[in-house]
Design a protein around this ligand. Structure first.
Ligand SMILES: Nc1ncnc2c1ncn2[C@@H]1O[C@H](COP(=O)(O)OP(=O)(O)OP(=O)(O)O)[C@@H](O)[C@H]1O
Length: 665
């Protein structure tokens, strides 16, 4: 079956052009399976059916083996019961239509009638059992699939999360768990329809050889209709999904708190609303197009089905007239054809749905496999118990997708940097971090300070060079043990939408929460006042969008962030811009606290632009465009008159510049 593109190329609306710079196309991993679906033919669907059913069954068995077995057994026995019912009906008709004495005919038909009743009862009971078990199974399957998804996603290297391609997969695969859930009921209905079709077809084949082709002829048009519509729907979905997302983005912007002030002060509301309407109208036009086509296809299919039904009954009539078929057989045939036709209809529809869901589940399985490949490795060498030094040896690192990264090439659309040789984020850096000291990392924006501490924390692995904890290469060390040594207050540390207590204790979430440790960490970070000012103390929910939630200022959050790091009790404390949001008094206080932490034997790696605060560091490393340019004590660096001294002088000037004296009145 050739590829036919039914979906209209979306007209690029003015709104898309203005807001998003052009037409929105969905460029995610979906396209990988879109073509598989578009090439969908009945034969292809049938070929893929066993695989799809097996995949549903595997998930079902994993989620709730008992419920899965109940569904399977119930559906199988129901199919058999239907065959018995058809044969019994045939026998009833035969007895009723034979012989002169009505009483005698009724008596002869009674056992078969009883069998029909009993089998119908069995059928109803089994249907109830299957419905119950399917209902139990579905949420469990979704949960198991989602858990696997989340577990794998949470366990991959940071580099994978930041990798464009992996993130696409992560995004598309999130729909897979829901699809896995839906596959259970579609799968059940496919099995049920398949078994009752086999039952009807078997009975028809026994009754007369011509009946089976008649059954197929009657069902083909609706199968064609269902397939055609499904393919159009799916293709349209893929072409338009990005557009729909953008519409949702605009509607969210209109209601989200972060945008609310500007929407009011700058009057952005009507502007966004106008574009929301314009984009919605474009999407509505697509829906209308699909409905028009679906109605037309439905009419054509219904016409063909009507003609095929007419032909079927004409054939039965001719067979009766010619004496080639008994009246009782014709009666049973009518019932069997109706049962079979409806089963075949259901089968085509459900296989179609199953196939559609299977594509999304396929994304999920691709994610499982890819995430397993990119997971943080387990096991490895133990780190020295009490190392003296961490040493960066010729460390070079570029971010995934960066053109400077070995093996990665620039993607189309990456900003070009004409004339600027592409530099790695860290370029051949060799430096020492003596443990038990305060080490400051200094440099202009983008010089590689944050990157360096991320490598230090084991979040990335160098492309070249080594990071040695005494003699042990961190790349070969047990990453779990390495992480245990590190506490980090990143620049953009997570503000968890939980209570203040959890926001501190999440620093060591694997250990039981103890109030003493919590209070000590809060005190060490100088966050007692912040906590005391909260309406419910540590139990205050720090999320404004929930009822009873409370919002902290940037500086107050920063204190909690430091408390979290203190609670972790990592031997290596990394603080990236800890005072960016603090006022002058708070800044002094936080540096005092950090110094005290170092005094207790903890190593502090401090990134800051406030060079006045660096004066107390034992060692300063100065970075410039990914390279180490200076190292030494603050006094040595000032005396040297290099980059550090220049930056220091610039900041000092701001404070020593003469303030103009007020003019006398
Ligand atoms: N996640 C990332 N993905 C890709 N490139 C990144 C990423 N983070 C940083 N970079 C790039 O790496 C280089 C070094 O950035 P880094 O954040 O380490 O600098 P920094 O010295 O900490 O800067 P700042 O003082 O502004 O915090 C920059 O060119 C930056 O654009």
């Amino acid at each position: 079956m050739g590829k036919r593109r039914d979906a209209a190329e979306p007209v690029v609306s003015e709104s898309e052009r203005l807001l998003f710079g052009g037409p929105l196309r969905y460029d995610m991993g979906w396209n990988e399976h879109a073509d598989a679906f578009l090439e969908l033919s009945f034969r292809a669907m049938v070929v893929r059916l066993p695989g799809m059913l097996a995949s549903s069954l595997r998930l079902a068995l994993q989620a709730d083996a008992r419920a899965a077995r109940v569904v399977l057994a119930a559906e199988a026995v129901r199919g058999a019961a239907q065959a018995v019912i058809l044969l019994a009906v045939n026998s009833v008709l035969r007895e009723l239509l034979a012989g002169p004495d009505v009483g005698q005919r009724l008596r002869s038909a009674a056992p078969a009638l009883f069998a029909v009743a009993a089998m119908s009862l069995v059928n109803a009971l089994l249907r109830a059992a299957s419905t119950y078990a399917t209902g139990r199974l579905e949420p469990k399957v979704e949960r198991v699939a989602t858990e696997l998804y989340l577990e794998r996603a949470a366990n991959v290297e940071l580099a994978a999360i930041e990798d464009h391609a992996f993130h696409k997969l992560l995004d598309t695969a999130q729909y897979g768990a829901e699809s896995a859930r839906r596959m259970i009921s579609y799968g059940t209905r496919v099995i049920s329809a398949l078994i009752s079709l086999i039952a009807a077809a078997g009975v028809l084949a026994v009754l007369h050889p011509v009946l089976l082709p008649l059954l197929v002829t009657m069902t083909l048009p609706s199968a064609w209709g269902a397939l055609t519509n499904a393919r159009r729907r799916y293709e349209s979905f893929h072409t338009w999904v990005q557009h729909a997302r953008a519409g949702r983005l605009i509607s969210n912007l209109l209601t989200e708190p972060a945008a609310a002030p500007e929407i009011r002060v700058h009057g952005v509301g009507p502007f966004l609303l106008r574009h929301f309407r314009s984009m919605s109208e474009t999407a509505e036009a697509e829906q209308a197009r699909l409905s028009r086509l679906a109605a037309r296809t439905g009419l054509i299919a219904a016409g063909w089905t009507g003609l095929a039904t007419l032909a079927t009954y004409a054939t039965l009539g001719a067979l009766l007239l010619a004496g080639a078929m008994a009246l009782s057989v014709a009666g049973t045939a009518v019932i069997a054809i109706r049962t079979g036709a409806s089963s075949l209809d259901t089968l085509v529809l459900e296989i179609n749905q199953l196939h559609e869901e299977a594509l999304f589940v396929g994304d999920l399985h691709r994610l499982y496999a890819e995430a397993a490949k990119r997971a943080v490795p387990t096991g490895g060498e133990a780190l020295p118990e009490d190392p003296k030094e961490i040493r960066f040896e010729n460390v070079t690192f570029s971010y995934p997708g960066d053109p400077a990264r070995p093996g990665d090439s620039a993607r189309p659309g990456d900003p070009a940097r004409p004339g600027d040789p592409v530099r790695p984020a860290l370029d051949d850096v060799t430096l020492s971090l003596p443990l038990g000291r305060i080490i400051a990392l200094v440099g202009e924006n983008g010089s590689g300070k944050t990157t360096l501490v991320k490598l230090l924390a084991g979040l990335y692995v160098p492309d070249r060079g080594r990071i040695l904890w005494d003699g042990v290469d961190a790349a070969r060390a047990d990453r779990r043990l390495l992480a245990e040594r590190v506490a980090m207050v990143a620049q953009d540390f997570k503000r968890w939408p939980f209570t203040a207590r959890v926001n501190v204790a999440v620093g060591r979430s694997s250990a039981p929460l103890t109030e003493e440790a919590l209070a000590a960490a809060v005190a060490e970070a100088g966050a007692e006042e912040v906590v005391a000012g909260l309406p419910r103390g540590l139990d205050t929910l720090l999320a404004r969008n929930f009822s009873g939630g409370h919002e902290l200022s940037g500086g107050q959050w920063q204190r909690l962030g430091i408390a979290r790091a203190a609670y972790r009790r990592g031997r290596l404390l990394i603080v990236d811009e800890p005072t960016a949001a603090l006022d002058a008094r708070a800044e002094l206080e936080v540096f005092e606290k950090i110094r005290a932490l170092a005094g207790s034997g903890q190593t502090v790696v401090l990134i800051t632009h406030r060079l006045a605060s660096v004066r107390h560091a034992d060692l300063v490393h100065v970075l410039e465009r990914g390279r180490l340019v200076e190292s030494g004590t603050p006094q040595e660096l000032l005396a040297r008159g290099g980059v550090y001294a220049e930056l220091y002088a610039l900041q000092a000037d701001q404070f020593t510049a003469r303030v103009p004296a007020p003019k006398p009145a």
